[in-house]
Write a protein that binds this ligand. Structure first.
Ligand code: 3LM
Length: 396
């Protein structure tokens, strides 16, 4: 494949080396836990890293290798590592970077379990975590310390689409100390809309459970970055510390899902724009959180670093939490479920679901109102999604 190929071409052909003995069009599923050695010498050489080749699927698998190469190509990264989940990727990366005494700086607006992991998980092992609003880069300057090892960001952030200037954050962190790793969770944007590594970040993490797979039938994650560092993440974070390895079946499904990422993202984004137009005209909606709106506080940054504004929308309803709950209970086509990035439009209530791990104080600090409703615009016909919302709004 030509290195200058377009995104859609890369998502179909990326990582394929055409080495299959039967020339199968789709990547075969190597459903095996272990691989035979020709003799003892070969086994020893593979373990010693003196001979290339597979050993055991926790360390690598041919189906997964193709997928990892494809995702690295899409993120413009030297290498990628696949994981059993997004949280598997996030914990493996942070365990690889940090040790007791390390300091992490993170924006407080994050996916609920990522926030819980940083606040209550890794902090149990002598790693200090400072949460500060990174949409103001002065807060980063004030928080950086000698032992800062990692700056952690989601943009657009779950669940309120807060936007952070990746180029600016990476520049400030690296000017302070070159070795600080700036890690960006690119789940909401996908590499089609935003390329954190090109903007100066060191590592991209993903919940591939969402848009990358795109069909709501797989839990998966990725980390992408420099080849040397991804080697460390594989050999320490994944192999020895978390063991959060992606299975070959799941790798196959993500490869299949990725083939349509570009066209799915275009349709998701088109539908989101139409939903936002509808919500803007709806007098029962008091607030809309969408980076494509000029009144979004970081609209200009989103415009600079994203191709389009994504397909995640949050809003508040007149009457607060109770009115929002009523709306969700009356939907017929839109699905009341957590997760996002699927063909189906998914809708949920962050304060009691995805972000129920946050304390009321942390919700307030992160700009997540109690009544907030989050919607993942699916791939159905926009008129049908809107008609369903409209009938449910009619019941509150
Ligand atoms: C959700 N999010 O509905 P997995 N990073 C981001 C995420 O949104 C998520 C992860 C990482 C949701 C999941 S809530 C129980 C359902 C930005 C997940 C974690 O480990 O693959 O689930 O990814 O917002």
């Amino acid at each position: 494949m030509n290195q200058n190929a377009g995104f859609g071409t890369k998502s179909i052909h990326g990582g394929r080396d055409h080495s299959d003995p039967f020339a199968a069009l789709s990547v075969p599923i190597y459903q095996t836990a272990t691989f035979k050695f020709a003799n003892c010498q070969q086994g020893g050489d593979r373990f010693a890293g003196q001979e290339a080749g597979y050993i055991y699927t926790r360390l690598g698998n041919p189906t997964t290798t193709v997928l990892e190469k494809c995702v690295a190509t899409l993120e413009n990264a030297e290498a990628a590592v696949a994981f059993a989940s997004g949280i598997g990727a996030i914990s493996s990366v942070t365990w690889t970077i940090c040790k007791a005494g390390s300091h992490i700086i993170a924006d407080p607006t994050l996916y609920g379990c990522t926030h819980a992991y940083l606040e209550h998980g890794i902090s149990r092992y002598g790693v200090e975590v400072t949460f500060t609003d990174l949409s103001d880069s002065n807060n980063l300057k004030n928080a950086l310390k000698d032992n800062t090892a990692l700056v952690y960001i989601e943009t657009p952030a779950n669940p309120n689409m807060k936007i952070i200037d990746l180029e600016e954050i990476a520049k400030i962190a690296h000017a302070y100390k070159k070795h600080i790793k700036v890690v960006c969770d690119n789940t909401f944007a996908t590499p089609y809309l935003q390329q954190p590594i090109a903007l100066g970040c060191d590592v991209v993490v993903h919940s591939a459970t969402k848009y990358l797979n795109g069909h709501g039938d797989v839990i998966a994650g990725f980390a992408c970055g420099k080849e040397d560092f991804m080697g460390e993440v594989r050999m320490l974070g994944l192999k020895d510390m978390t063991g959060a390895v992606l299975g070959p079946q799941e790798a196959f499904l993500v490869l299949r899902g990725l083939k349509t990422l570009e066209i799915r993202m275009e349709r998701h984004c088109d539908n989101a724009v139409k939903l936002v137009e509808y919500l803007k005209a709806n007098e029962k909606v008091t607030e809309i959180y969408f980076p494509g709106l000029p009144e979004h506080p970081n609209h200009e940054v989103a415009k600079k670093q994203m191709k389009r504004f994504g397909a995640m929308i949050a809003f508040e309803v007149k009457g607060g939490h109770d009115a929002g709950a009523k709306l969700l209970d009356h939907l017929e086509l839109c699905t009341l479920a957590v997760s996002l990035g699927d063909a189906e439009t998914l809708i949920e209530h962050p304060a009691s679901m995805t972000h129920s791990t946050y304390s009321p104080e942390a919700l307030a600090e992160s700009g997540i109102p109690e009544g907030l409703v989050r919607i993942s615009a699916g791939l159905e016909n926009a008129e049908d999604i809107i008609a369903d919302l409209d009938q449910a709004f009619g019941k509150i």
